[in-house]
Design a protein around this ligand. Structure first.
Ligand SMILES: *[C@@H]1O[C@H](CO)[C@@H](O)[C@H](O)[C@H]1NC(C)=O
Ligand SMILES: *[C@@H]1O[C@H](CO)[C@@H](O)[C@H](O)[C@H]1NC(C)=O
Ligand SMILES: *[C@@H]1O[C@H](CO)[C@@H](O)[C@H](O)[C@H]1NC(C)=O
Ligand SMILES: *[C@@H]1O[C@H](CO)[C@@H](O)[C@H](O)[C@H]1NC(C)=O
Ligand SMILES: *[C@@H]1O[C@H](CO)[C@@H](O)[C@H](O)[C@H]1NC(C)=O
Ligand SMILES: *[C@@H]1O[C@H](CO)[C@@H](O)[C@H](O)[C@H]1NC(C)=O
Ligand SMILES: *[C@@H]1O[C@H](CO)[C@@H](O)[C@H](O)[C@H]1NC(C)=O
Ligand SMILES: *[C@@H]1O[C@H](CO)[C@@H](O)[C@H](O)[C@H]1NC(C)=O
Length: 341
């Protein structure tokens, strides 16, 4: 990754920024976090997201996204009327920055999580681009910063049960600290997501044959704790940091809502994922897939053991424009409308 940054800094003078905004439209979207937001930052062929059948619905072949098609970033950008941000990993390729930059990497969190670059490191990459003069302070004050740190710190945790609940204080604290780092660099407008419903992802519901969410009081306490403590910290940011504004996406609630109202979103399968088994893996000897894949992923909410389909994301992000699925503003569009951009 260090090589990548150096390569990229060498080519900065050739990069240009795609300015889509007119008047009060936000111009850039910067994205941080995990696989729910990553649009292809893991190196090609190193993760399942670069293997068949990922990307089968769109673009028709693997694109490094953990989905059959779009992920949250794509749908959010499209909702905001800006192109899906350029992947940070592609900046070394002398591409034009359109829509902003996506720094998210599948597997990341704010602790070790699964060992991929955490939010703090991603913020460091952003700091390098700011230091290189790629964005003006005005660009940054009008930009949106989307942060998806939604569960890897918990799902990768392998310590004692005693240390598990305290994570629900530590993880929001580390998210808060990194948001403040971004603020000090010029970021003002933050869209931060609450956890995925860890108890309902297919990897947890497989034992019940994907018929019911896991019933585990520890998991429930961690989800409620994290979302509550993070909410407190975000509220403090909006109150105390001059000109800052935060939209807190109630992702846990939105996903539970979709799972409980499938037909409203033209979905037929909730807990059962489209891709069952070791999605993306094949038997190295025989080449036979170690998974089965459904015919129409757009009927399913979940794509694989952890990730929604593009249709699932469309439903979830759509709810942020309905009252009661966001905090600190009535809806996503109301929040955007109130920003002084
Ligand atoms: C990556 O995977 C694709 C498709 O499986 C293959 O064609 C390509 O050669 C691989 N690239 C590398 C660098 O292994
Ligand atoms: C980078 O892209 C610009 C514009 O597309 C082009 O003029 C320039 O030659 C490219 N530089 C390199 C090193 O490829
Ligand atoms: C447990 O987590 C630590 C990081 O907290 C990691 O270094 C280690 O590899 C993990 N062990 C296993 C067996 O996954
Ligand atoms: C509940 O979840 C915790 C944390 O993942 C785990 O250690 C514990 O064994 C689970 N309890 C039950 C009853 O499954
Ligand atoms: C709120 O933020 C201020 C300034 O950023 C800080 O000094 C204070 O400790 C925070 N309060 C809480 C309860 O986190
Ligand atoms: C807050 O916004 C006002 C008006 O645009 C500006 O003058 C001031 O410098 C900003 N302060 C910070 C800390 O961003
Ligand atoms: C669901 O499908 C119907 C019929 O195809 C369509 O009219 C409706 O707009 C769809 N609703 C959503 C939320 O996609
Ligand atoms: C792969 O296929 C071989 C030959 O059929 C079999 O012996 C082996 O158990 C398979 N491995 C896995 C991981 O399924």
């Amino acid at each position: 990754m260090r090589t990548l940054v150096i390569l990229c800094l060498l080519c900065l003078h050739t990069l240009s920024i795609y300015a889509n905004g007119e008047g009060s439209e936000p111009r850039l979207l910067f994205v941080f976090g995990d696989s729910y937001a990553d649009t292809g930052n893991t190196p090609p062929n190193t993760t399942a997201s670069w293997k068949v059948p990922y990307g089968m619905f769109w673009p028709g072949s693997p694109s490094g996204r953990w989905s059959d098609g779009f992920v949250s970033t794509d749908i959010l950008a499209s909702t905001l009327g800006i192109p899906s941000p350029t992947q940070y990993a592609r900046l070394a390729l002398n591409v034009t920055i359109s829509g902003g930059v996506n720094f998210a990497v599948g597997g990341s969190g704010v602790t070790y999580a699964f060992g991929t670059p955490p939010f703090q490191t991603q913020a460091g990459w952003f700091a390098n681009l700011v230091a290189a003069g790629l964005f003006t302070q005005e660009d940054l004050s009008r930009a949106l910063f989307y942060v998806s740190v939604v569960g890897n710190d918990y799902s990768a945790y392998n310590g004692s049960l005693d240390g598990y609940f305290p994570l629900s204080h530590k993880v929001p604290l580390l998210i808060d600290q990194t948001l403040r780092t971004l603020y000090s660099l010029g970021a003002r407008n933050f869209i931060v997501s609450s956890l995925t419903p860890l108890d309902c992802v297919p990897s947890r519901t497989a034992p019940s044959g994907f018929t019911e969410c896991e019933k585990n009081t520890t998991t429930d306490a961690v989800i409620l704790g994290h979302n509550h403590f993070l909410g407190n910290r975000l509220e403090n940011i909006t109150r105390k940091l001059e000109n800052s504004s935060v939209l807190y996406l109630q992702q846990t609630k939105a996903m539970r809502y979709v799972l409980n109202h499938l037909s409203e979103f033209n979905l037929t399968e909730g807990l059962k994922p489209c891709c069952v088994g070791q999605c993306g893996a094949v038997n190295v000897t025989t080449g036979i897939p170690l998974y089965t894949v459904c015919e129409n992923p757009e009927d399913h909410f979940f794509w694989d053991g952890v990730h929604p389909t593009g249709a699932g994301w469309k439903a979830v992000v759509g709810l942020y424009n309905r009252p009661r699925f966001t905090w600190f503003a009535r809806t996503l569009s109301a929040w955007i409308g109130n920003l002084r951009l």
